[in-house]
Write a protein that binds this ligand. Structure first.
Ligand code: GLN
Length: 231
């Protein structure tokens, strides 16, 4: 079985509300299956190199400024990686920077890298709380804390329909985004340990093959109780 190469982008700057837990989930769900996984932390000024999965977490507007500037150096490379079929997962602030831009309340517009046909503008209040989302692969659950309002365009489609909470913009009932194998979501919490079926889906896309199921009784009970708590 091949080794999955995972790039954790800018963890020193974009890693709030437990977003590092997404990396731990992918790591453990590979190790439990005997799949090798190599995790590279990519920080400011580092080169990136080819990987199978790219993860970028959330952060405050200030940290997003530095990452926005750095990401521009890698825009062409990461676009080619998207076209090659690499998997991307961006959470909140990282998700916003995978679109065309994020316009915060104060200050200049932050350039994104347009992996998703989406844009974000700061709203006049923060969305904070639990979110549930109905998707074609079942319910997703997580915690949102953002003022950004994200709008999707073109071939970029939502992950699903908001049942509780606000999601992309608190208006059009969409949450998250997908284009090719690029995924974004506002769900912190961490996202993947609360939604392990989605974690396995990410791994299957990266591996290009189905995974053997794991004994997930506790994980599934946890997911279901979080969904019921959020309703
Ligand atoms: N700073 C961005 C916003 O407020 C992203 C926040 C986050 O990543 N939780 O919308």
């Amino acid at each position: 079985m091949k080794t999955i190469r995972l790039a954790h982008l800018y963890p020193k700057l974009l890693n709030i509300y437990g977003d590092g837990g997404n990396i731990i989930t992918l790591k453990k769900r590979c190790e439990w299956r005997g799949i090798n996984i190599k995790i590279d932390e990519i920080n400011i000024s580092d080169s990136i190199g080819e990987h199978d999965i790219y993860f970028i977490g959330g952060g405050q507007d200030l940290q997003q400024i530095e990452v926005s500037v750095e990401l521009q150096k890698h825009k062409d490379f990461l676009t080619n990686e998207r076209e090659r079929g690499a998997v991307f997962l961006g959470i909140c602030g990282g998700y916003q920077l995978m679109g065309h831009y994020y316009q915060p309340h104060n200050g200049d517009r932050l350039k994104g890298i347009s992996l998703l046909d989406a844009y974000t503008v700061a709203g006049d209040r923060r969305f904070i709380g639990n979110v549930t989302v109905e998707t074609e692969r079942g319910t997703l659950v997580g915690f949102e804390n953002h003022s950004g309002l994200t709008y999707l365009q073109g071939e970029t489609k939502p992950l699903g329909k908001v049942i509780t909470g606000n999601g992309n913009n608190g208006n059009d009932k969409t949450e998250g985004a997908r284009y090719k194998n690029v995924f974004g979501t506002y769900l912190h919490g961490s996202f993947l340990p609360k939604n392990i079926k989605f974690a396995d889906y990410i791994l299957e896309l990266a591996l290009g093959e189905k995974l053997e199921p794991l004994e997930d009784t506790i994980e599934n009970m946890t997911h279901d109780s979080l969904v019921n708590k959020a309703y």
